[in-house]
Design a protein around this ligand. Structure first.
Ligand SMILES: *Cc1c(COP(=O)(O)O)cnc(C)c1O
Length: 358
């Protein structure tokens, strides 16, 4: 197993689901499976979460892949449908849709559908990405309610833009706007992604929508810890050592001679690179786990390889297995070194990586 391998721990996934349920005991859970379940395998993760109340995806193709695989649970299109031609597909496949703009409203109201659709109406409470403005809410809501193409039990939702930072007042402003708008209504509401679940209990409402947290990664800014809040990393990314090289003080390693050794040392070459989804921008010093210790990445990340400094007295051998992230080294920590976020690293795991369940 020297090529890059992602091992997916379904027991950890279950534990994370339970941890979310514990934190938001009165909320239903929409498990977010977009982008190949954050790189963990769409169908596999769906099948491993039989207790989820619904699944969320970003693209109709993702929803149809789940249906084709026999998943009958409610599926919500988190950006809604993109064209009116999608609507019959939604109706036939029992897909729920978010409505966040006037084009979607008009398409639904004017469609001829055999079955009414279940709709989540999205209001922009301050993130200013998707969602209707609060002053449009009453009009949208009434038009949807009046449409024979829409089921009566409309859900109202919004999305938090800054919930990953406990000190940012934007979340309370969003919560305030959302509460004022929806308080008079006796309908289900949804506001929280992982960070909302983690840090803002007042935002839990009837449905929570965890993504990152399900996969065992903290959604909070600058939190690189593993196994806090009772969540465990689901993915362990590993690859084998394919060469061990002695180099002399003053010699350089890799493309552009981007790293020079101060001392005589040993370099390990590991069979993973940006072609597998390891971040090319990971700098010198990014930790890699090998034989029970952290060794620093040195030199540039190549397409198929990285190089690490094993030190002068290395006992490591060709064939030893290195861990790029997983237990003891969070993907959030690697992301911090690479000046990105764990979401991106997980989504970027490429097709070439062998993915297997544990
Ligand atoms: C992706 C997404 C989520 C999940 O976000 P996490 O930060 O991964 O928990 C929740 N809600 C919506 C609308 C999303 O698009």
């Amino acid at each position: 197993m020297r090529s890059a391998t992602a091992t997916i721990d379904l027991a950890a996934l279950q534990q994370n689901y339970s941890a979310i349920k514990k934190q938001a005991p009165n909320s239903k859970i929409l498990a977010v499976l977009k982008a190949n379940a954050y790189g963990h395998g769409l169908e596999r993760i769906a099948k491993a979460l039989p207790q989820a109340d619904a699944f969320g995806v970003a693209r109709i193709e993702e929803a149809l892949a789940l249906r084709a695989d026999g998943i009958v649970k409610p599926i919500v299109l988190l950006e809604g449908f993109f064209t009116a031609q999608d609507l019959p597909i939604l109706a036939v496949n029992n897909l729920q849709t978010i409505v966040h703009n006037e084009q979607q409203l008009a398409a639904i109201v004017n469609a001829r559908l055999d079955e009414p659709l279940k709709v989540w109406l999205k209001v922009d409470t301050g993130m200013h990405r998707l969602g209707i403005n609060p002053h449009q809410f009453e009009s949208f809501y009434q038009q949807l309610l009046a449409s024979k193409n829409v089921q009566d039990d409309i859900i109202i939702m919004s999305h938090l833009g800054c919930a990953d930072d406990c000190a940012d007042p934007a979340t309370l402003q969003q919560l305030n706007t959302f509460t004022q708008l929806t308080a008079p209504l006796d309908i289900e509401r949804s506001l929280s992604n992982s960070a909302g679940i983690w840090a803002w209990p007042a935002c839990h409402y009837d449905w929570v929508r965890p993504g990152l947290m399900l996969y065992g990664v903290s959604p909070m800014i600058n939190d690189v810890s593993n196994s806090t809040h009772n969540i465990m990393p689901v993915m362990t990314l590993q690859a084998g050592v394919i060469a061990i090289r002695a180099i002399k003080a003053g010699e350089t390693v890799g493309y552009g001679s981007a790293w020079k050794s101060e001392i005589d040392t040993t370099i390990g070459v590991i069979a993973i690179g940006y072609g597998d989804g390891y971040p090319r921008h990971a700098p010198n010093g990014t930790p890699v786990l090998l034989n029970g210790r952290r060794v620093p990445l040195v030199g540039r990340v190549s397409m198929d390889m990285i190089t690490v400094d094993l030190g002068q007295h290395s006992q490591d051998k060709v064939g030893d297995i290195a861990t790029l992230w997983g237990q003891s080294l969070s993907v959030a920590e690697v992301a911090q070194y690479a000046t990105t976020i764990p979401y991106e690293l997980l989504c970027n795991i490429s097709k070439r990586v062998t993915s297997r369940t544990k």
